[in-house]
Design a protein around this ligand. Structure first.
Ligand SMILES: [Cu+2]
Length: 169
């Protein structure tokens, strides 16, 4: 019984960690007026975060080459071919810079390109990259306020879960 409670608490702590840290950023692929662009076109996310591509019209949301932003990368991390109303989600687990483009002829040259920065990179983003490597961000002091709040959220979730288990048993 004691072991199962410990296990359940560990599982809940893991779930809480994932819920607190994983985020989803939505990128509009074109728009209802048929514009050639991604909105926003430059995003900065963390490893483990998801990008949700919302399509407006027949386009692609494709991984472009680092050397040519309008040509396919090789290999491609993602390559979605969609139409109005379709949504494609991709989780970026690896840090790096991923160029984004639409592979429909003429669309990239017309403005359908962007950059997805995963992790800190060398960009000028305002968001300080917080390390999300598991196990290294426990109470080591000097954490940012967001880390501290997420830790307290996790702690309270675990406490609530343990209390609930105690109540049930
Ligand atoms: Cu397009």
């Amino acid at each position: 019984m004691r072991l199962s409670i410990a296990y359940a608490s560990a599982v809940m702590a893991l779930m809480a960690t994932q819920n607190v840290h994983a985020a989803t950023t939505t990128v509009q692929v074109s728009d209802p007026n048929g514009g050639l662009g991604f909105t926003p076109s430059n995003i900065n996310i963390k490893p483990g975060d998801t990008v949700s591509f919302v399509f407006h019209g027949p386009h692609t949301a494709s991984h472009a080459s680092a050397s040519n932003g309008c040509a396919p990368a090789n290999p491609q991390e993602f390559n979605f071919n969609g139409n109005s109303g379709q949504v494609f989600n991709h989780t970026f687990n690896t840090a790096g810079t991923f160029n984004l483009y639409c592979a429909i002829p003429g669309h990239c040259a017309g403005g359908m390109k962007g950059v997805i920065l995963v992790g800190s990179g060398s960009g000028s983003s305002a968001a300080p990259a917080t390390t999300t490597t598991s196990g290294s961000n426990s109470n080591s002091g000097g954490g940012s306020t967001s880390d501290a709040s997420s830790l307290s959220v996790k702690a309270s979730l675990v406490a609530a879960g343990a209390a609930l288990l105690g109540f049930i048993m």
